[in-house]
Design a protein around this ligand. Sequence first.
Ligand code: OGA
Ligand code: ZN
Ligand code: ZN
Length: 524
Amino acid sequence: MPFPTYWLRDNCPCTDCRDPRNGQKLFQITDLPADLAITAQHEQNGHLEVLWSDGHRSRYELARLAEPAAGDGRTEADKRLWEAADFTAGIPEADWDAYLGDPAERVAVLSAVRRSGFAVLRAVPAVDRQVLEVARTLGFVRETNYGELFDVRVEAAPNNLAFTSAVIAPHTDNPYRDPVPTLQLLHCLANSATGGDSGLVDGFRAAAILRAEAPEEFALLTRTPVPFVFRDRNTELRAERPLIEVDSLGRIREVRFNNRSIGTLRLPDPAAAQAFYAAYRRFAEITLRPELRLEFRLGPGDCLIFDNVRLLHARTAFEQDGSRHLQGCYADLDGLFSTLAVLERRGAALDAIAELFEGEGASEYLGEAVTMAEHMLQAGALAEAAGAPAHLVAAALLHDVGHFGGSGLDLMKGRDNRHSERGAEWLAQWFGPAVTEPIRLHVAAKRYLCAVEPGYRARLSEASEYTLGVQGGPMTEQQAAAFAARPGALDAVAVRRWDEEAKYADAGTPGFGHFRPLLAALMG
Ligand code: OGA
Ligand code: ZN
Ligand code: ZN
């Protein structure tokens, strides 16, 4: 099956079509000729080369062209719909310190919010405003008429029934707002009252049950705009949206459900209103089925994070025999999904680097007594032992990654593989200049040190003396002065000294895993 013409051209990866710095497209769809056609095409080594009727040439990786659609993570297609029994082995939860310190733990928590709609962080310091700190680890706080955060506790003159001790049935928050906050956090500061337990219901599951049991009623709820209203002395918010929203392919995407703030429907005829209320009641009954409701109790330090356009949250009534105080705030799923995607991308990068150390790096020698991997691990360990800051430990550890991909052998054949630039550029996908610049300059630093430090050249290993020639020999006085003036020159010199020393066989250095947390912390 040939690729669709305009689709293929629209996805041309060349630097005339896309800005190489940010990947953004540089042309409009209307800039392409109306009669665009493929003049010639040719497949080779996993690539497709295309000559176009307007003279443009494109080169594609076939594997990239075949990638499946990623989706935005928001519809039922990307979720695991659940009922209470699915969590008999435990709910998604993590310790606050582990969540902060370990990217893998963070990925687990954020993935749970994406897939199951919620997670609980335990042992979050039970202090005022801490909920905002939690929100900032995963996205951006959404300020509303309630403020940056809201206190859920009994108030003398509540503007919302949430601020009483009454039972609250399963609901989503703020359906009277458009855009509605798609994420909510509730952080428990105190919960010593009798009652006040929490409940969660998967609104997507409830909607899917309605679709299976009463498809007409499901359809009616997806197409009836419902007015939601909130008003107090200073606020008047309205939004008209259906209780169940599906995307253009019919997949469930959002649920809004809140008996407290549903306004007066003005439907064209009584029969329509009758039908809506029958469907609304049936949906409400499904949300109350005991098997759907996951019950648990928040204690001080627990922070519940949940999808506010999917999960319905509830609480039981409580007595005033103790204190109950939650602090909540809103945020959005797009920010959380972005945080998750970046963490996953970084985890994959660390896996790829680890793979270099364990695979190719363990077998290449480049004329030294140690493998490439041992050499770099030794350099990292020397930097660490010298008490160097993390970015220099990382630079020392990674300084020769540019040799990978077989090009280290080029260097030994007398062809400069420019491995310092190649390595720095590859690493710049994930690391900032504090890590990449000393790597970029570590070859220049050798040429510099050989020029300015008496006796330095004599200490080079045989292989390093050989490559010095390939790389341009010692710097001239003028070159050395220019090098010393570059930002990061001192860091590059430090890395270079560890590089020179890191050539002992059997030095008993730690493995790559030892450095992984340090690298993870430096990414971004
Ligand atoms: C709310 C709410 C839950 C609780 O404030 O909207 O649902 O546990 N509170 O008090
Ligand atoms: Zn609520
Ligand atoms: Zn080296």
